[in-house]
Write a protein that binds this ligand. Structure first.
Ligand code: BGC
Length: 427
């Protein structure tokens, strides 16, 4: 497509950004996930071979994957200390926005006790972003919360929602006036499914709290709907100007054999329950649809994913970046609300696929935009290499590589340099 046509496709105020989450980058967190890491690191290391030797980079990462240290977030990439430097990187990469999550466990380490130093930290954090003309997109809950909240039963208990609501109110009062966009919760489908129902994406990892119970899953999922609605109301009441949504993991779900009626049925059911069910419940309480896109999955009649085996990323995930187009079209068709791609990216330590992935993604967004879909922004996952939950440190999702063995040195990957030039041309 000629450049002048492209320039017309994305509006001037399109949000080009990167996405992160506190627990995965900050360092020094103390939340329910850190407790789980410490309890489970040895076991995860011991079972790494049987769980993840299928990944294409196994030979390269096995020493790390079999080391308990891999499963400890610890100092992470010290983003909590180096945020100013990281914001300079955002600027260098031509981004005009940034999605980050606030750590509830830092703000309210004990129930009802607010930590002023942490509150001030995020004041400065938001100020430093705005100073650089970078739009802060604040994510309230990205899977982690204070240990005391988990001990009370976390989101499994309806009566605990009041604690979340208080936390949201605090955020609304402290930071709301400086923000335009707020994401209340990240991927409630992934969190409740992999913590309370099944094993994770590859069916080989365990996730806290490892409670396999349909009832608990249903409770958590339902309570997250209520948590979002309450958060929406609180935020709007305090700051009606805020644009509020969630970030849901949406898959481009397809039938393995499009002519097989059973494959079609299981595909339709998966689409409904995985993609739309939650969004439909909160539809009156969202100003945009936030979607995290990583997966195109092909389903057979017994709800089994049967994806092509190439091309695959370092984490063994089948890559079909162009699958963003159909899911954008479907989301638009269902809700007719502006869409923000709140996460999208690939684990690629050699940086051999990332540029292609981003190029295809941009084309997918151009296609959808040309069909009338209103896309407000795109946030790449992630700015920095980060702690990849139960997989630990070996997967590399960063536009910027971080050398944790060498003073947390940041190095911009080639694909990111290319992306920065592309953004300059598109905006
Ligand atoms: C999560 C991120 C995670 C990314 C890559 C998303 O589901 O929101 O926290 O790092 O996927 O696995």
């Amino acid at each position: 497509m000629p450049e002048d046509v492209k320039q017309k496709i994305f509006p001037k105020d399109f949000l080009w950004g990167a996405s992160t989450a506190g627990h995965q980058v900050d360092g020094g967190c103390h939340d329910q996930w850190t407790v789980w890491e410490l309890d489970n690191a040895s076991e995860l290391a011991k079972t790494a071979r049987e769980r993840i030797n299928y990944v294409p980079v196994w030979d390269k990462v096995k020493t790390q994957a079999e080391d308990p240290d891999n499963y400890i977030s610890g100092a992470a990439v010290e983003h909590y200390r180096h945020y100013r430097q990281d914001f300079d990187l955002l600027k260098q990469l031509n981004f005009n926005s940034f999605r980050f999550s606030i750590e509830w466990s830092r703000l309210e380490p004990e129930q009802g006790q607010w930590n002023q130093a942490a509150i001030d930290h995020y004041y400065d954090y938001i100020k430093e972003l705005k100073k650089r003309q970078i739009e802060p997109v604040l994510n309230i809950w990205h899977w982690t919360h204070p240990v005391w909240f988990e001990q009370k039963g976390g989101f499994k208990k309806y009566s605990n929602l009041k604690y979340f609501e208080k936390f949201v109110r605090k955020i609304a009062h402290e930071y709301g006036k400086d923000l335009k966009y707020v994401i209340t919760i990240n991927e409630p489908n992934v969190y409740s499914a992999f913590g309370y129902l099944v094993e994770d994406v590859s069916s080989r990892h365990r996730w806290p709290p490892e409670e396999k119970s349909v009832l608990s899953f249903a409770r958590v999922y339902w309570n997250l709907i209520l948590a979002h609605k309450r958060a929406y109301k609180v935020l709007k009441r305090v700051h009606p100007h805020l644009q509020i949504g969630i970030a849901l993991q949406l898959g481009n779900i397809q039938a393995k054999d499009p002519h097989d009626i059973l494959d079609e049925i299981s595909t339709k059911l998966m689409r409904y329950f995985w993609n739309w069910w939650f969004l439909r419940r909160i539809n009156k309480y969202q100003d945009f649809i936030g979607m995290n896109y990583y997966f195109t999955d092909y389903y057979d009649s017994i709800f089994k994913r049967q994806d092509p085996t190439a091309p695959i990323s370092d984490t063994g995930w089948y890559m079909e970046p162009e699958g963003l187009y159909p899911i954008l079209m479907r989301a638009w068709d269902h809700f007719k609300k502006p869409i923000i791609v709140t996460e999208n990216g690939v684990a690629d330590s050699e940086d051999q696929y990332r540029r292609w992935w981003i190029e295809e993604t941009i084309v997918a967004m151009e296609r959808a935009t040309s069909q009338g879909v209103e896309i407000r922004g795109y946030f790449h996952w992630s700015l920095l290499d980060n702690f990849e939950w139960a997989m630990g440190w070996w997967p590399k999702f960063g536009l910027v590589a971080v050398d944790r063995q060498n003073g947390m040195k940041r190095t911009i990957r080639e694909s990111a340099k290319w992306f920065a030039e592309k953004i300059a041309k598109l905006s």
